[in-house]
Design a protein around this ligand. Sequence first.
Ligand code: HEM
Length: 514
Amino acid sequence: MEFLGVLCFIVVVNLSFLIWKLLNAWWICPIRRYRKLKRNGFGGPAPSFPFGNTSEMKRKATGNTGSCNNNYISHDIHPTVFPYFDRWQKVHGNVFIYWLGTEPFLYIAEPEFVRKMSAGVMGKSWGKPSVLRNDREPMFGNGLVMVEGDDWVRHRRLINPAFSPANLKGMARSMVESATNMLNKWTTLINSGHPEIDVERDIASTAGEIIAKTSFGKNYQNGQKVFQKLKAMQITLFKSNSFLGVPFSKYMYPKQLEAKRLGKEIDQLLLSIINARKETINDENPQYCDLLGLLLKSNNENGGTGKPLTTRELIDECKTLFFGGHDTTALALTWTLLLLALHPEWQTQLREEIREVIGDKEVDFTTIAGLKKMGCVMNEVIRLYSPAPNIQRQTREDIRVDDLIIPKGTNMWIDVVKMNHDSALWGKDVNEFRPERFKDDIYGGCNHKMGFLPFGFGGRMCVGRNFSMMQYKIVLTLILSRFSFTLSPIYCHSPSTLLTLRPSYGLPLILQPI
Ligand code: HEM
């Protein structure tokens, strides 16, 4: 009897402790942060517990499908891509609070606010919203996108050298090789009477092949298996859970568990690639021209002085670079082909530049550097259709913005799409494709230096931006040198987000060999 009493007591104590922990995580702490934020005078849509504003976000997102009328394609995409933010922003201004489930977020579409809040904050002092970190764990683990504090400094130091110009140079050949294979396939299709091709699908798989080759060198076939599973995981993760931040939503969406399973399979594949590579690394050509080789080299060199990456950390970095490295660049290229199909005069201008700058020379790291107009086109494309449509941060300490205090633990969601389409920053022609705006101005005429953030800002700015620029120029040069193209009448313009900004129904183009 006495034993039963003790057992009941233990159960009650444990249960109370669990309830207290859950209450603290889902109610007390978020409300405390929310009240502190509210003291700054920020408004926002009214939330409901435990969904926050997710129901409204879900409802509006499904109602908006874009336009299939190709006579008029609008680049004013914010109302289509983020209809809920578009509406709330009109009512509550450029900085307001909304809730993802039980987590308050500070929405920001104000460059001056971004400048002030980031002025004194070092890269290592930024965190990532825990709700996103947990949800995206199978995809990024604790790799560079998610890691925080001193560990971020250590990861970034070890990874930076892999993207030095000398190392990028050695990766150009793989990019040319994979792009040429894709173009040969297109020629075969055209010759067999099929000039209409969904270039989005082909560019995505070519970018997958490129990142597999540049990540794993001669082991790239195994890397391609990783790529296929990562793609499946992306769809599973981002199509399934539209109640992000809502307690137990993971269990309401069994596909979330499928993402976990896929994550484990990817980890196993990567582990076998890394282990095989570790065994042979000392016998290899000291060029180490692929990302994994460079990472292992950097790791070995720092092993003596600093703290090298553990095998678990290496797996997470491979996943992170693999995902970060293929999808964004593939989408920048895809949106470029859409805009060039709509603006054939720019196809002609770029072809002329290629002829002048490269001529009969080989397309490589050095020759593409002179393609200035193409650089302007890339900037204009990622302004109108930013592959990374938002930037997420979390404060790890209180931050002062003028008289306001943004408390430690505040989740931030910076709306890149809104800033890139704000006529107050860019002028009346904000929604027009005008690459020349970047000709003599790296900010493209934007009237605020923090108004154009396609690769992020501060110490956490994208580590792969030069890799991406090189791949973009190589693939686009090869495409424009062999084909001209127009938009297929079946194209349906419907940009949407699946973490990255993509055309919902692919990009069918009619290609013609030159
Ligand atoms: C057009 C192509 C790309 C775009 C638009 C893009 C965009 C971004 C953005 C917006 C961020 C967040 C920065 C911040 O929080 O301030 C980021 C971070 C990152 N990107 Fe990219 N990216 C691109 C290509 C790449 C490539 C090719 C790689 C790798 C091969 C890569 C790897 C990463 C990594 C690892 C981070 C995390 C950096 C850190 O937190 O230290 N990205 N990228």
